[in-house]
Design a binder for this molecule. Structure first.
Ligand code: SF4
Length: 494
């Protein structure tokens, strides 16, 4: 499933901070797009560092700039083209990679090359070798690679304590609003042994939360018929349940969390719910439902029909009462009637999903949905999105209020003299709410603490570190809590 772009820093300052001095060739890196694009960026930056290139934090200090783009929605295309233009203006030597690189322009060539003919080279997503080849051509690799400067877990563009783990590339579905399969191709799953080895390296490097990503996590291994691979010398099938079990085992050895994204509600997801009930994997499911009405879902060509989704959610909650369900929806899809939309609102009210994002439908160039009849005016789409989010706000406020008085395990993202911001099992980074915590000497980024929840609003929780007796120490409330660093909440992603 595609993701709405999450804006990333215009360079990789953490990587730059660890760089070598002086003579090594310097590469600037701009990374835009979703977590899948971020993982591609991390691989390229890791390889650059492994070969002795320095990652430079500014255009002026770079010998060449790589721009990792997103091409999913029109805004993302515009943002990526602007970023390429900026890099060309500020530096002049630019290599473009990522989803936008795979997009055709009006003359049949690459859209990027048509818009910015002076770029040095353009590749599609997931193209580490190709990108490195172009870098070698335009900025020869240093003679003596500083391999020992690369940490075991590779160079991460996320904070040190969490990381995205990409388990597959591409998608076998053909949702009518989406162009991901045409950009990234059909599903290609990574062998389970390789994925678990990467997880082990990340945990050894200090990661405390791994976020499993793909286009369709439930389909993991389908393309290779769940082929058996080896994990620490044991034969294990390349399949979602087995992967969650193995990752859960490694995570528990390191006192860390596993969080699953982009899970489609296929029957075998129930097996993963059992693992959540055991505590191997966080009780959190990111399921992109997109709509409730079967007729709209049919026009969207979605893999799950929607008829049994309410029942499924209720069954999941019976297995894991503390389950958090996050989802995303599209309002105003072509042909959506007021009755269809009312059905969606009724679904929302009944399902009581914990975390929800909603987009007003916007056509994506190249998507088959553009050929559907019944396109709705922009105002209707936006009005429905607003009405949807108003209903969800009330639900979210009510659900979060129920947590007041409870104690939540929280992973701290940022801490300072004014308190800390962290996330409970219900909060994925960037897309969900946070827990604001009153000042306490034990608070530091990357640490787990138990927090007594004292207040809530429509998005976030507020609390204080639990003492040995379980009582709160300090106080944080919506009115009094000061976040140590402002944090932008991304609306949602698909
Ligand atoms: S499942 Fe549908 S929306 Fe998601 S990547 Fe595949 S085609 Fe796109």
């Amino acid at each position: 499933m595609p993701s709405v772009p999450v804006k990333r820093p215009r360079a990789a300052p953490r990587a730059a901070a660890a760089s070598t001095a002086g003579v090594a060739p310097r590469v600037g890196f701009v990374s835009l797009g979703c977590p899948k694009a971020l993982v591609d960026a991390e691989r390229i930056v890791t390889q650059l560092r492994a070969e002795g290139y320095v990652i430079s934090p500014s255009y002026q200090d770079s010998d060449l700039v790589v721009v990792n783009t997103c091409g999913f929605i029109d805004d993302a295309v515009r943002e990526s083209l602007d970023a390429i233009g900026e890099a060309l203006a500020e530096n002049g030597k630019v290599i473009v990679t990522g989803c936008l690189g795979a997009k055709a322009g009006s003359e049949g060539g690459s859209l990027v090359a048509e818009t910015h003919p002076s770029v040095l080279a353009v590749t599609g997503p997931h193209a580490l070798e190709e990108v490195m080849g172009h870098v070698h051509t335009h900025l020869p690799r240093p003679h003596d690679p500083f391999v020992d400067l690369v940490p075991d877990g590779g160079v991460k563009l996320t904070p040190r304590h969490y990381a995205y783990l990409k388990i597959s590339e591409g998608c076998n579905h053909r949702c009518s609003f989406c162009i991901i399969p045409s950009m990234r191709g059909d599903l290609v799953s990574r062998p389970i042994g390789e994925v678990v080895r990467e997880a082990q390296a990340l945990f050894k490097a200090g990661v405390k939360e791994l976020l499993v990503i793909s286009q369709d996590t439930s389909a993991y291994g389908v393309d290779i018929r769940y082929r058996t691979d080896f994990v620490d010398g044991r034969p294990v099938r390349t399949r979602m349940t087995e992967l969650c079990r193995e990752l859960g085992r490694v995570a528990q050895d390191h006192g860390a969390w596993i969080r699953l994204h982009y899970v489609y509600p296929y029957p075998h997801v129930d097996e993963v719910l059992e693992l959540m009930a055991e505590g191997s994997v966080l009780p959190y499911l990111d399921v992109p439902f997109q709509h409730s009405h079967p007729e709209v879902l049919k026009r969207m060509k979605r893999p799950a029909s929607g008829e049994r989704n309410l029942e499924r959610i209720q069954d999941w909650r019976k297995i894991v009462p503390a389950l958090t369900v996050r989802s995303t929806f599209i309002a105003g899809f072509p042909g959506e009637t007021e009755a269809h939309f009312e059905d969606l609102l009724a679904f929302l009210k009944e399902a009581e999903l914990d975390r929800v994002g909603c987009f007003a439908y916007s056509p994506v160039e190249g998507a088959t949905a553009n050929d559907l009849d019944g396109a709705l005016p922009d105002e209707v789409r936006e009005d429905r999105r607003k009405r949807f989010m108003q209903v969800q706000q009330r639900i979210s406020r009510r659900l979060l209020k129920r947590k007041v008085g409870s104690t939540q395990r929280v992973l701290i993202d940022a801490a300072g003299p004014e308190g800390a911001i962290g996330r409970s099992s219900a909060d994925a980074p960037e897309i969900d709410g946070v827990v604001h915590i009153a000042p306490h000497p034990t608070l530091k980024a990357g640490a787990f603490v138990d927090v007594v929840i004292e207040a809530s609003d429509a998005h976030d929780l507020f609390g204080a570190v639990a003492g040995a007796d379980g009582a709160a120490r300090g106080a944080a409330s919506p009115a009094s809590a000061q976040a140590p660093a402002p944090r932008k909440r991304a609306a949602a992603r698909r």
